[in-house]
Structures are given as structure tokens and as C-alpha cells.
Ligand binder design. Structure first.
Ligand SMILES: NC(=O)c1ccc[n+]([C@@H]2O[C@H](COP(=O)([O-])OP(=O)(O)OC[C@H]3O[C@@H](n4cnc5c(N)ncnc54)[C@H](O)[C@@H]3O)[C@@H](O)[C@H]2O)c1
Length: 350
């Protein structure tokens, strides 16, 4: 039987959760990181453009497209730090994969959970090349929606098992402590950022504020640490003092986008940076010595979402957690779109 042309596999939030739990969060993160690494190794095959951002007073709505010539993908994502006051997520997303040959979507999915997973997998992947070897302790500053995913990715990919947690809102830290209890971490809530970074070999900043914040100042950054800067991802929304940046070896995802959105928006436009794909493909070094301060200036790039969608589509073959969504008009004769409407009218009247 010919496949139905009107339907598209759709992964709801409920199905995404069942899939992640069936695979296991840490295995999901590890396999997803492998997909991201594989796509970063073939960086040249992707169409790349800084994402299309619609800014407003309270946040941003972004479209993130890319294609490898065979498959096309895009994500719709917002960033609204005040949303939690109305019970909404700061970041919510959905996405599509499509076949370049005929242009029809082949997958439609929730991507709020998938974004948290792909962001964490990318951070941990970068840290495999940039963090001090055998690091075990990470400061986690910002204990919101992304935090546990970051923690588990660093555990799965690097063996991080000691976390030092800080958030301006103690309720967020309490939530993290609850969620991460029993998952193999030694958890230390901290009273300040300074206390959290003490003894940490990796510092993850994942706060949300619609303005330039200063989470890390120069005096807090000791020699040899790796900074995983996740929360600064929009023009005018950063987390690190520029003095910190001037001391760092900086790795970004896609420089034309990060120079607009990342921590490096605070530096001159020609400040030297390395792109992560270069490090993964062995074309640029990762960490070179024990005293170097490294920064992964993460903003989130379309290729990571493409990898996540590609991974999801493949896993749905084993775990069929999706429904078929009647998304595409499919008249008996392709040019008879209006006739299809008339036939529906006749059926409704019968
Ligand atoms: N780089 C990427 O790919 C990527 C992907 C997803 C989200 N993000 C960004 O990560 C950030 C966090 O996202 P989220 O979904 O966890 O948001 P969230 O709103 O759920 O959590 C943010 C947390 O940061 C805390 N916070 C705010 N200011 C702080 C400060 N000065 N010090 C300590 N804590 C502070 C808040 O209290 C809150 O608990 C956002 O800025 C988001 O835009 C980046």
C-alpha cells in the first residue's frame, strides 16, 4: 500500500517524555551528542545562517533553519525570561524535518524538552574537548528548566559527579536538589556565586535575564577552569564580564551568529574565536594546557536542532512514540484542491 500523503508523524510532549524515559536520559544525551558530533564533522554540508530573531521588550521569537541538501529542518523557539511568573516556560519550542526532494514535512515534534536535551548534549560535547581532564566538580549557576539536563549531560559524557548549585531564587535550587537526588551526584547548595565556583573545574552559567547580567567577574575565575556559558544568547543578554572573556580561549558554535548573540557581542567583531566543529573535526586544538581558561560561548545553533530531529526520527523506528497528524491536504487529483473542499461540503450536508 502506498504511504498516506496527508499525514506526518507527530511527537507530542507526552510521547517525547515516554521516549526519553524509555531510552534513559543519560543514554539519550550520549547518543544525541554522537549525532551532533557527526553533523559537526560534516559542517561544510550544511546551509548556515544566523537565526532569524524577532525581538520585543520582553523576549525574542526565533526561527532556526538549516539543510544538508537532503533533509531540511527548522525550529521555532522563544526566549522570555519573565514567563515563569505566568506559569510559562522561558524557552518553548517545536520543530520540523522535511524531505528536500519533495518538500513535504516528515516529522513534526515538540522541542521544548528536546531543546533542553540538545543544549546540554552540545555543552557536554564541547566540554569533552575543553574542560580539564578528569574534572569531577561543576558549579551550576541558574537552577531553572535547563539545569538538570546540563548536570546529567556532564555526568554522562564527562563523569561529573559533584555539583555546586546557586540561583538567586532558593526555590529553584531546592527544586534542582529534589530532582537530582539519587541520580549519583554529591549536591552542594551554595549561598553565593563566589561560593559555588569554589573548587569547581567547570562552571556552567545558565541564568535567564533580559539584560546584561554579570554572573562571573574576573576575580571569580581561577586558572585552568572551563566555563560553559549557556544563558547569554541574545543581543543585550550576557552573563560574563568582558574581562573574563579577554582571559579565555573562546569556542563558539557559528561565529556569525554568536558575534550577534553570545558573550562575545561584548568584544570587538574581529576578536579571535574557534568554532566547535573545527575542534571536533581535529582542525583546531581543544584545551592545550592546565592553566588555560576555556569558554564555550553557547547560544544554540540550527545544526544542533537538525541533529536532534535526525536522532529523534531514527529512534522513532525502534520506539514508535508518535501519532500520524492529518497535516497536508491530499486531493485525489493534486490540482483538484477546491474539489476536495466541495466534496467535504457534500459529505457534511449528507
Ligand atoms: N545556549 C543555548 O543553546 C540555550 C538553550 C536554551 C536556553 N538557553 C538560555 O538559558 C537560560 C536558562 O534557561 P531556562 O529555560 O533554564 O530558564 P529558567 O527561567 O527556567 O531558569 C533561569 C534561572 O536563572 C535564575 N537566575 C536569573 N538571574 C540570576 C542570577 N543573576 N544569578 C543566579 N541565578 C539567576 C532564575 O532564578 C531561574 O531559576 C535562558 O537565558 C535561556 O535563554 C540557552
Amino acid at each position: 500500500m502506498a504511504p498516506a500523503l496527508n499525514t506526518v508523524p507527530f511527537v507530542s510532549v507526552e510521547h517525547m517524555m515516554r521516549l526519553v524515559l524509555a531510552i534513559g536520559v543519560e543514554r539519550f544525551l550520549t547518543e544525541l551528542a554522537d549525532f551532533i558530533a557527526a553533523d559537526f564533522r560534516r559542517w561544510e554540508s550544511f546551509d548556515k545562517t544566523p537565526r532569524l530573531a524577532a525581538h520585543s521588550v520582553d523576549g525574542v521569537i526565533e526561527l532556526m533553519p538549516t539543510s544538508d541538501g537532503t533533509t531540511y529542518g527548522f525550529k521555532y523557539v522563544n526566549g522570555h525570561p519573565k514567563n515563569i511568573r505566568s506559569g510559562r516556560q522561558t524557552v518553548a519550542a517545536f520543530g520540523v524535518l522535511a524531505d528536500v526532494g519533495h518538500g513535504y514535512p516528515v516529522l513534526l515534534t515538540e522541542m521544548t524538552i528536546l531543546t533542553a536535551l540538545r543544549t546540554a548534549a552540545t555543552s557536554a560535547l564541547a566540554a569533552q574537548y575543553l574542560a580539564p581532564p578528569r574534572a569531577r566538580t561543576m558549579a551550576l549557576i541558574g537552577n531553572g528548566a535547563q539545569a538538570e539536563f546540563q548536570a546529567l549531560a556532564f555526568k554522562a559524557l564527562l563523569g561529573i559527579d559533584r555539583l555546586r548549585l546557586y540561583d538567586i531564587d532558593p526555590a529553584a535550587t531546592a527544586k534542582c536538589l529534589r530532582n537530582l537526588a539519587g541520580l549519583g551526584f554529591t549536591l552542594q547548595p551554595c549561598a553565593s556565586i563566589a561560593a559555588a565556583v569554589e573548587g569547581a573545574e567547570i562552571v556552567t552559567t545558565v541564568t535567564a535575564d533580559k539584560q546584561n547580567a554579570t554572573i562571573l567577574t574576573d576575580n571569580l575565575v581561577g586558572a585552568g577552569i572551563h566555563i560553559n556559558g549557556v544563558g547569554g544568547d541574545c543581543p543585550g543578554k550576557t552573563e560574563l564580564h568582558p574581562d573574563v572573556l579577554r582571559r579565555c580561549e573562546i569556542v563558539v558554535e557559528y561565529a556569525p551568529q554568536t558575534r550577534i548573540e553570545g558573550e562575545i557581542q561584548q568584544l570587538p567583531f574581529d576578536h579571535p574565536v574557534t568554532e566547535l566543529w573545527q575542534v571536533i573535526a581535529g582542525r583546531a586544538p581543544g584545551r592545550r594546557d592546565a592553566r588555560q581558561v576555556t569558554l564555550f560561548d553557547s547560544v544554540g545553533f540550527a545544526v544542533e536542532d537538525f541533529s536532534a530531529l535526525r536522532y529523534l526520527r531514527e529512534r522513532l523506528g525502534t520506539y514508535p512514540f508518535f501519532t500520524e497528524l492529518d497535516l497536508l491536504a491530499d486531493p485525489d487529483e493534486p490540482r483538484d484542491l477546491f474539489g476536495m473542499l466541495l466534496r467535504a461540503q457534500a459529505r457534511a450536508a449528507a
